[in-house]
Design a protein around this ligand. Structure first.
Ligand code: FES
Length: 58
């Protein structure tokens, strides 16, 4: 499913960069571009981060 429409990034791609070490929305944007434009998807990015890491989201 697409989570970032601006850049055409799927939840699978976001999960992949989180698994590779991205631990903030900024790092996700740097790794794959999700959240780098309008920012509307950042809430979803935080939810993916939280479910993947169970850590406090920055
Ligand atoms: S939908 Fe992700 S930056 Fe716009």
């Amino acid at each position: 499913m697409y989570v970032c429409l601006c850049n055409g990034i799927t939840n699978n791609k976001v999960a992949e960069v989180v698994a590779q070490g991205a631990s903030s929305t900024k790092q996700i944007a740097e790794a794959c571009g999700a959240g780098a434009d309008c920012g509307r998807c950042r809430h979803t990015l935080r939810a993916i981060l939280h479910s993947a890491t169970r850590a406090p989201v920055r």
